[in-house]
Design a protein around this ligand. Structure first.
Ligand code: C2E
Ligand code: MG
Ligand code: MG
Length: 678
């Protein structure tokens, strides 16, 4: 269809020019033929430009179509009349070249606004530039066509040859195909780049008039007009390209962004069999917080490189924001890409002096026929959530049952926000359990650890495992710590007011709390408010998350320790087990993690002995967590460990159970135990 129209257009132009050649002058039929060609050209361009399919504006476009065809026909009439009357018609000649420029502008806009401009479109554009030059040259002579022997006739022939080649080129079918029409770039940016073209016809005819009076050579007008138009085009298209690049790329990694990925999806989806990988870097926020954004940025660049390596040539890698990446890849390759990337993450990243071990959670969603990108994103997001909830550092492919689990998680997230934010009673309340800490040798109680639970209206009593992850991923850690501290201090004050013998309680602190430079003030103020001595409160910190260099934790803990609040190092043996924390912070007690003392085999015995020796030399007490059997307790006593905690002595107890068993007179045996947690 499109090349038939081009053939018609060329036929019109050729006949017109042939007639001039044969008759030796410009006659009305010759002009009519050229205009017929022009009308077809206008039709081709309009058809291309107005090919939208919204029914509401279709009638408007058809009306516009008619209007332009009418204008062309009127112009033909005017040209024939004026040519017949005087043989020269400067008015129509100027209008003709004006219309040429407008059509040319529209054609350029079309090329710039589509995503697949093939060679034939480039040829058509080139031919249109030359046609413009040809018409302008005729216009400067006050005519519509050039006479036999004039040099501009060569231009006319070249123009037609170029149109012909463009029409025959295989890419022509694609250029004016439904696919090309559908694949628009953002028209606003493309139009903006081409705005200067509007000035060209006005400028040239103006200059022609001015310079004509001063009889400047005609070629200089043409050269000036052409260079201005060329300049405008180059400027416009460069600006367009760079604004489009910016619109579709991420400035840090230069990967495509969400828009770029959408474009890649549009291009890949019709062929089918694509999958989306959504990759979320586990604990990236901690790296950013602890080491600053510069380190975060370098890490993102390194992650990008490994992701590109894992993806290979076949897929499109995108950064979707923050620490989230996306990969669009053939479905059969998707699991391989995910696996390869997770493997590459096994090697730690070295950024300056830092060695960072990073994991990722990957959600994979496969597109079926008709799946939109939005659906694909939702599915991949659900799968990614599931991978994160399952502990992270793994890839999961979406299946519909995942939705229920994710919906549950989202509900819990909303509820935990309500709970820790406004303290909404509809979503239940926090409950603190107290697990006794004992002197292993004498069996005497030395205090308790406060362990939080969530009494949920539908789900019952939730253990920390079920919600601490949510608390942390919603940055609510400090709120949780504050709530637990509030409850514990109120409880201690209540016991004291009841005249009971109050022993210290240790409260777990998250890293976020340690980053709060007002923590010491808050804790000491709260103690003072309840008139409690600081020695009744112990705080447990862990070494899982490395603290940043500029953390206020050192000063905070130093102040608390000086005031009498003892600091315990929790879960020793599971984190970095470094000396750094012991030297940097005023630690009073090491709590050996359950995994270090269970089942207490030969290797563990040696480790416990070594840690105990080190602790002794540093003047630290040691407590073993998770003691479940008498045998374990005896071995630990033999190894020199003084304190313990575990089901052998008691499970975490409610405040009243703990008060009942703990605040009787000093005992010699173990605290009566084995009451169920809950
Ligand atoms: P943790 O601070 O190391 O607490 C000790 C955990 O070991 C508790 O689990 C306790 O119930 C359990 N445990 C004690 N003895 C035994 C035993 O003999 N055998 C076994 N199998 N387990 C034993 P829980 O209460 O589920 O707490 C888990 C973790 O959640 C805690 O580990 C702590 O890291 C965190 N957590 C608990 N409460 C709070 C809190 O109030 N604030 C913060 N920030 N974290 C908390
Ligand atoms: Mg603890
Ligand atoms: Mg622990």
């Amino acid at each position: 269809m499109s090349w038939l129209l081009v053939a018609l257009m060329l036929a019109g132009w050729t006949t017109g020019n042939l007639l001039v050649h044969l008759q030796g002058r410009i006659t009305a039929p010759a002009v009519a033929c050229v205009w017929a060609g022009q009308a077809v050209a206008t039709g081709v361009i309009l058809h291309a430009l107005l090919s939208g399919n919204q029914p509401s504006i279709r009638w408007l476009k058809a009306g516009l179509d008619l209007l332009i065809v009418a204008i062309v026909l009127i112009l033909i009439g005017a040209q024939i009349l004026t040519t017949g009357a005087s043989g020269s018609a400067s008015l129509t000649a100027v209008l003709v070249s004006g219309l040429d420029v407008v059509l040319f502008g529209l054609l350029v806009w079309f090329a710039a606004s589509r995503r697949l401009p093939g060679p034939s479109l480039v040829l058509v554009l080139g031919a249109a530039v030359l046609a413009l030059a040809f018409d302008l040259s005729s216009a400067v002579h006050g005519r519509r066509l050039s006479l036999p022997g004039e040099p501009s006739q060569v231009l006319g022939v070249v123009v037609m040859l170029m149109f012909g080649v463009a029409a025959l080129h295989p890419s022509m079918t694609k250029t004016f195909s439904a696919e090309t029409f559908g694949q628009r770039r953002r028209p606003s940016t493309s139009l903006l780049g081409l705005l200067p073209l509007v000035l060209v016809p006005l400028g040239v005819s103006w200059v022609a008039e001015l310079c004509g009076a001063q009889s400047l050579p005609r070629w200089s007008l043409l050269a000036a007009g052409a260079s201005i138009a060329a300049l405008c085009l180059v400027r416009g298209s460069t600006a367009l390209r760079s604004s489009e690049h910016l619109a579709e790329h991420d400035s840090l990694t230069d990967l495509v962004n969400r828009h770029g990925l959408a474009r890649a999806f549009d291009e890949a989806a019709p062929a089918g069999g694509v999958s989306l990988l959504l990759i979320d870097v586990d604990e990236f926020r901690q790296v950013n917080d602890a080491h600053g954004h510069d380190v975060g940025d370098v890490l993102l660049l390194r992650l990008r490189d490994r992701l590109i390596l894992a993806t290979g040539e076949e897929g499109v890698v995108a950064r979707l924001g923050g620490d989230e990446f996306g990969v669009l890849v053939r479905t059969d390759l998707a699991p391989g890409v995910a696996g390869h990337f997770l493997n590459l993450l096994q090697d730690p990243f070295v950024v300056g002096d830092l060695v960072l071990q990073i994991g990722a959670s990957i959600g994979i969603a496969d597109a079926r026929a008709g799946t939109t990108l939005a659906e694909l994103f939702t599915h991949a997001d659900v799968a990614m959530y599931a991978a994160k909830a399952a502990g992270g550092d793994q890839a999961l492919t979406f299946h519909p049952e995942m939705r229920a689990a994710v919906a549950r998680r989202l509900t819990l997230t909303r509820q935990i926000r309500q709970l820790l934010g406004a303290g909404d009673p509809d979503v239940g309340h926090l409950e603190i359990k107290y697990q006794p800490l004992v002197d292993l040798g004498s069996g005497q109680l030395i205090g308790a650890e406060a362990l939080v639970r969530w009494r949920h209206p539908e789900l019952g009593l939730l253990a920390p495992d079920a919600f601490l992850g949510l608390v942390s991923s919603n940055s609510l850690d400090a709120e949780l710590d504050a709530a637990v501290l509030r409850d514990v201090l109120a409880q201690l004050a209540a016991w004291r007011d009841q005249g009971l013998r109050v022993l210290p309680v240790s409260v777990n602190l998250t890293r976020d709390s340690l980053d709060d430079h007002r923590l010491a003030d808050r804790v000491l103020e709260a103690l003072a408010r309840h008139s409690l001595p600081p020695s009744l409160l112990h705080l447990e910190i862990t070494e899982h998350h490395q603290l940043s260099a500029d953390t206020p934790a050192e000063r905070t803990l130093e102040r608390l320790d000086t005031a009498g609040v003892q600091i315990y190092l929790d879960d020793y043996g599971t984190g970095y087990t470094s000396l750094e924390y012991l030297l940097r912070f005023p630690i009073r007690m090491l709590k050996l993690d359950r995994s270090v003392v269970t089942p207490l085999n030969e290797a563990q015995i040696q480790l416990v002995a070594a840690v105990n020796t080190m602790a002794e030399s540093l003047g630290l007490e040691v407590l073993a967590e998770g003691i479940e059997t008498g045998e374990q307790r005896d071995q630990l006593i033999e190894l020199g460990i003084r304190y313990g905690q575990g089901y052998l002595f008691a499970r975490p107890l409610s405040a009243s159970e703990y008060a009942e068993s703990a605040f009787q007179e000093v005992r010699t045996g173990p605290v009566p135990a084995a009451r169920r947690d809950g």
